[in-house]
Design a protein around this ligand. Structure first.
Ligand SMILES: N[C@@H](CCC(=O)N[C@@H](CS)C(=O)NCC(=O)O)C(=O)O
Length: 197
């Protein structure tokens, strides 16, 4: 049995969108939990099994999967669709690179940039927002999606912070248009409506 612990809206909203895109809503139970919000509202939910009380968290028959990228890859491997290249397909390496780069480079860089943290060690480890933008821009020059002709879960994940962290949107028409294309997808719109409700 698969159970997703979700707080609306949050990083786990991307898993709701993925489930919708993949058409696997009947295979997963979604449990709504509360989380402490940065505005001081909300609180940790004792029913959420995530070790730090965060979302998303996926429970598969007692095994917990956390970290957005890992939850996405787990579902994409379990229920293969066109949303991800399969093992052995040409784009699999590029796809994995985007999925891991998002969590280990892009999100940290966005947060460091937003709070104005400017330390040589951060730059050496993660590079900066200009490097993040350059990487996305280079892919979209071949676009319209990160993997070229094919929309994938990498687009779903990588575009997302520019929607909820709009002040970080770069002044780059290629990226602005791509974020708008991703956000306009029906599954994204449905999640937005559900989160609002
Ligand atoms: N790196 C994690 C971050 C998860 C995360 O920070 N989720 C937020 C919601 S957007 C949360 O649960 N915050 C509650 C808390 O910090 O206690 C991921 O991508 O899954």
């Amino acid at each position: 049995m698969l159970t997703l612990y979700h707080a609306a809206p949050s990083r786990s909203s991307r898993i709701i969108t993925l489930i919708d895109e993949m058409g696997i809503g009947d295979k997963i139970t979604v449990k709504h939990v509360t989380i402490p919000r940065q505005d001081g509202s909300g609180q940790r939910d004792p029913s959420n099994p995530h070790p730090e009380g965060k979302v998303p968290c996926l429970d598969h028959d007692g095994t917990l999967i956390s970290e957005t990228g890992a939850v996405m890859l787990y579902l994409l491997d379990m229920f293969p669709t066109d949303l991800a290249p399969k093992i052995g397909e040409a784009d699999r390496g590029a796809f994995l690179t985007w999925m891991y780069w998002y969590g280990s480079v892009m999100e940290p860089v966005l947060i460091h940039t937003y709070i104005g943290a400017d330390y040589p060690a951060l730059m050496a480890t993660f590079r900066d927002h200009a490097a993040v933008i350059a990487r996305i821009h280079a892919a979209l020059e071949k676009g319209p999606w990160l993997l070229g002709d094919r929309y994938s879960a990498a687009d779903l994940l990588v575009h997302s912070p520019y929607v909820w962290f709009a002040q970080m949107m770069p002044d780059d028409p290629l990226i602005v248009d791509w974020v708008a294309r991703c956000a306009a997808r029906p599954a994204n719109q449905r999640t937005k409506a559900l989160d609002a409700a």
